[in-house]
Write a protein that binds this ligand. Structure first.
Ligand code: M6R
Length: 612
């Protein structure tokens, strides 16, 4: 939440900041701002709303900027999304500026203290406290002042600081909010996330908590915030490239990412299943066979779409491995009494690897002695650095706020994990294992083949539904989480109220909602619970419900129940969730698009939820 970008070099800084902000806009778009050093002064621009509003303001000044600056795109926490609350924030003199991602939890007491000392505040943000606090500590040495100020701060932050009197210096620091430094031969960068750096460098240094970066023209150093001691950090090379974070001719990132799924799933599986034998290899999982055999219980922890992936993984692991699995929403997990110990394996599922609640959850689990593995998409993210083991999804950068390819890749990774656990604990025989591994690869091919037809059919179908105010999604077994996911996708990008239910739960209350104004999307593949789902569908039809059915090609019975049926080929039952999520994604996308919604940047949301 919130994106920050910074540059120290010799090129004109404003285009670099704007490009960085464009690539970070998915992190928040309530306001945007930038500042650069020019002629011993700081030149600042801010605008309410999307980045385009800032671009309109700064455009004519682009030519005069020097090579040091900071930018920020905001997801509001403290203070309304106004220009006045937009970052960068300044101290009383206007000579010191701060951009910030995170929350300063003790801002109120600090503000009272600073106000009593004569500091004048001009915004409602927690961030402005930092600018005045650093000003208060400043005695000619900006690095020392930032360190002294941060010693007084409670909460989470990734910050960038500039001071007019040190025009070639940028100071950055992090604690519980992501910050990565980019290193090139002629410049240094800071950013909240890798995509902002990709046009300039793929060499990065991930800052850890309580570390700061001091960037000067031609040099940089990393220090510990508390004692100022220098740190040796390794440079990582990222294998993403700049074009992966572009729309590539698609109208929206979300649509591009939906269509990238077949390849992304294959990339996630690639090299992890030995051809012929079907043996699964997960070298980074960090668990030796003895550790796998010792697991008594698995705790899956995640938020949002990643939590839906966890719900599906529970079915798989309990079915094929026989280990009891608990699934928790991370914001609940982190605050309840955790019965977790060294015999419990905690698995955090996260696209970004930065979600604050999931991170806090794994930290608690680790304190209680649990081994932690993360299923994560972003290389070098905080979760991957803190976990004992990693299963990377290889979805590539996901920019659309609504998660699509990251979800199907999480499913692929979790299915691989299931096979791996079954292999080590000998709960899956080799022949079945080989078949399941092959089926996972096959499903990517099926999605690839079906996507264009499905998109065309969904586009036509939604003409009858796009004006609805409410929707229900229902499914059973492995498709119940897909019903939840379909409802989440629809509500987050189209603002239509939608709920997902286990189909068997309908008669325990929600069936009272059924009428002509409440379309129901029912997931009804020919699987082991097919007849049960069909009975539930009949109950909806008997109450004049409008039905969209998604089922198996050749199932003529479905078309007797409604004219709106989307057919999908039969695949291995376990892998239905990967396939059945595709029409659900397309229904959400096409409805949102038809309603003229901002698909990639839905209101009130941000891609990466780095505050709790
Ligand atoms: O980066 P994470 O996977 O940890 O993010 C979790 C959720 O914030 C995320 O899945 C969110 O629910 C998406 N907007 C759903 O499309």
């Amino acid at each position: 939440m919130c994106g920050i970008v910074g540059y120290v070099g010799s090129r004109r800084v404003v285009p670099i900041l704007l490009e960085g902000l464009r690539r970070l806009e998915y992190r928040g778009y309530d306001s945007a701002g930038l500042v650069y050093q020019f002629d011993n002064q700081l030149v600042r621009y801010r605008a309410k709303g999307k980045l385009a509003n800032l671009e309109a303001v700064v455009d004519e000044h682009v030519g005069v900027a020097s090579g040091v600056g900071l930018g920020h795109t905001r997801w509001a926490t403290h203070g309304a999304p106004t220009e006045n609350n937009a970052h960068p924030h300044t101290d009383c003199t206007g000579e010191l500026v701060v951009v910030h991602n995170g929350i300063i939890e003790n801002y109120s007491s600090l503000k009272n203290e600073l106000t009593a000392k004569g500091h004048v505040f001009t915004s409602e943000t927690d961030t402005e406290v930092l600018a005045h606090l650093i000003e208060d500590c400043l005695q000619g040495d900006l690095v020392a002042a930032v360190r002294a100020a941060l010693a007084r701060v409670e909460g989470s932050y990734a910050i960038g600081v500039l001071w007019a009197k040190e025009p070639e210096l940028l100071v950055a620091a992090r604690n519980h909010s992501p910050l990565v430094m980019g290193v090139a031969s002629d410049a240094c960068y800071i950013a909240s996330d890798i995509p902002a750096l990709l046009p300039y460098t793929r060499e990065v240094i991930f800052l850890d908590d309580c570390e700061m970066a001091v960037l000067r023209k031609g040099t940089y150093s990393i220090l510990k915030v508390d004692d100022g001691c220098p740190l040796e950090k390794t440079i990582s090379v990222i294998d993403w490239n700049a074009s992966m974070a572009e729309k590539a001719g698609y109208r929206h990132f979300m649509l591009k990412e939906i269509f990238e799924q077949p390849q992304a799933i294959l990339n996630t599986v690639s090299g992890r299943i030995v051809p012929d034998t079907g043996v699964v290899d997960l070298p980074e999982i960090g668990l030796d066979p003895a550790a796998v055999n010792n697991i008594e219980r698995i705790a899956l922890v995640a938020c949002g779409t990643s939590w839906h992936a966890a719900l599906i993984a529970k079915y798989w692991i309990e079915k094929w491995v026989g280990i009891p699995v608990e699934v928790d929403i991370a914001s609940e997990f982190r605050y309840r009494r955790l019965l977790v110990n060294e015999r419990v394996l905690t698995i955090a599922i996260s696209q970004s690897g930065e979600t604050a609640d999931t991170l806090a959850g794994i930290r608690r689990a680790a304190q209680l002695g649990s081994k932690v593995v993360t299923v994560c998409n972003v290389v070098g993210s905080t979760m991957t650095r803190e976990a004992d083991g990693i299963i990377y999804t290889h979805a590539g950068p996901e920019i659309g706020v609504a998660s699509t390819k990251a979800f199907t890749c999480q499913l692929a990774a979790l299915f691989l994990l299931t096979l791996y656990l079954g292999q080590v604990r000998k709960t899956i025989d080799p022949v079945t294992q080989r078949k399941l591994g092959a089926a996972l690869i096959d499903v990517a091919g099926v999605i690839e083949t079906e996507l264009p037809r499905l998109q065309a059919e969904v586009k036509t179908l939604i003409e009858r539904y796009y004006e609805s105010k409410d929707f229900l999604f229902v499914g059973r077994g492995l498709n119940y989480p897909i019903a939840l996911e379909g409802a989440l996708k629809l509500k987050e990008i189209s603002y239509i109220h939608a709920e997902g239910y286990a189909a068997g739960e309908l008669k325990h209350g929600p069936i009272a909602l059924i009428d002509r104004d409440m379309p129901v999307v029912a997931l009804a593949p020919r699987d082991s619970v097919y007849l049960k789902v069909v009975s539930n569908v009949e109950e909806i039809k008997a109450r004049q419900g409008r039905l969209v059915l998604i089922g198996t090609s050749g199932d003529e019975h479905l078309s007797t129940l409604t004219e709106d049926v989307l057919y999908l080929p039969e695949v291995c039952e376990d892998l239905n969730p990967l396939l059945y999520t595709i029409p659900a994604q397309l229904i959400a996308y096409e409805i949102a698009n038809r309603r003229g919604c901002d698909v990639d940047q839905p209101r009130n949301l941000a891609k990466s939820v780095t505050v709790e």
